[in-house]
Design a protein around this ligand. Sequence first.
Ligand SMILES: [Zn+2]
Length: 201
Amino acid sequence: MLAIGPHPGDLELFAGGTLRLLSQNGSAVTLAVLSRGEQATNRANIGEIRAREAEQAATILRAELVQLDLPDGGIRPGPELERALDELWARTRPELVLAFDPKGPTPLAQNPDHLALGAAVLARARSSVWRGERIYFYAARQPNVLVDITEVLQEKLNAVKAHRSQLLGPDWAVDSFGRFVSRLYSGRVPALYTEAFYRLV
Ligand SMILES: [Zn+2]
C-alpha cells in the first residue's frame, strides 16, 4: 500500500485507521509525505519538527515513512510532482494507492496542494502509466467505500496527536475532532467509526 499525503498529518486524519488496520493485518504500508509542512508556522526549524512528528505517527501506524521535500504550499501539477510520484511508485510497487480526492474533497480539506496530488494521481491512473494497481481517494465527498476503523480508533487518534506542533487545543479537543471526522459517514449507528474513500472504477 502506497499512501500519499501532501503534508504531514493529512493521511493520519483521513486514513490513519485504515492504514493501521492494513499494517496490523500484514500489509506493507508506505506513508509518503510530499512536503515537510514548513509553511505551518514561522518557527525556524518547523520542517525538522514536523518531519520528526511524521516519523512518530508512522511508527504508531506501523508504516514505513518516506519524507520528500516538495515545497509546502507550492505543490502543483507538473514534472516535479510527476517525478516524485513515479519514484514512489518504482520504490514501493504498490497494489493499492491512496491519494487525496481530486474532484473536490470534503470542505475540511480544500487546499491547492491536495488537489494537485489528486489530479496527478488520477492522470497517472487514467494514462495507464500505473497499471494493475487500485486507486482509492481519501477525503472524498462522494465515497463508495467505507472502512470500519472502530477497533483502531485509538491508534488513529494517537497518530493524529503525534503532530504536536500543529495542535491548537488540548488532547481531549483533538480527540473529539478526530472522532468527529471519523463519524462523518457513520450514519446513526452509535459508536461506529469509519473512513470514507472513493475507489476509482
Ligand atoms: Zn494537507
